[in-house]
Ligand binder design. Sequence first.
Ligand SMILES: O=P(O)(O)OC[C@H]1O[C@H](O)[C@H](O)[C@@H](O)[C@@H]1O
Length: 302
Amino acid sequence: MNLTQLNEDFGLPGMLRFEQTPTGLIYAEVSTPAAAATVYLQGAHLTHWQPTGQQPVLFLSRKSDLEPGKPIRGGVPIAFPWFAVDQKADRINGKPGPSHGFARTENWTLAFAALSGDDLHLTFTLAPNATSRSMGFDHFRVAFQLTIGRTLTMQLTVANDAPVAPLVFEEALHTYFAVADVHEVSVTGLEPTAYIDKTDNFKLKPALHAPLTFTGFTDRIYNHTKATCVLHDVLGKRRIVVEKTNSDTTVVFNPWKELPDLGPDEWHELLCVETVNAAESPVTVGPGKAHTMQAHISVEVV
Ligand SMILES: O=P(O)(O)OC[C@H]1O[C@H](O)[C@H](O)[C@@H](O)[C@@H]1O
């Protein structure tokens, strides 16, 4: 659907309009009394959410590529159907795929937009195409439902359309939170959970029994945790609360350095606390069945 059609079919005067970058990426610009937000059709990628009267809650790199087919650095990349590197690169009839799967660089379809009370509801869908099939993924449907208001709810539903075969996949709402300075942030919720340290040869490290603080490159997979996590952003004078449903994995990430699409000091301003099913908890969905994972984000000013 082109820009004109999107604005005609889904635009809500003063609340929701569609625009295009000079590079050709179409995005939804949300502005309601409760919040402002930006969502790209590529990847159904939420890059901005700011409850009214607060600072932006999501980090977006100032150096991010906003180019067709390239991942966006920041916001909420959706990882599907695998997380990080492709562990099943040798799948029959499939070829190795990109980091975090194809969903974050494919164009999604907007299926629904409506204001209900103070919340703007958007639903994006993704279906199999030549790219997904070339990587061995057919017979699936994905819906990403956003409820944008004073709080943010993100819901990812994956359906298996295959007649017989189960659908096995990994998924992540790879959320980049904006923090004043990651050195001054702590995270609670993961104290009792052991973790895989990807920065140390994937070693299993014991639970810390203490809030997480950050002093270097951090890339950790916490298996088998459904815990709510709280980011305590002391300098930012707020807490960000991440509640999740049907997610068994939490990933915590900060690259601690400049990246090709991340400016030299920008890593100070981000912390990823990701709502995931991966590693020891991939999802298996039977034929004709579906699975929904949800993250609910709220902000408390302190
Ligand atoms: O660079 P990307 O493909 O966007 O991935 C960014 C990061 O995502 C996750 O947090 C993974 O655990 C990391 O290993 C990875 O580096």
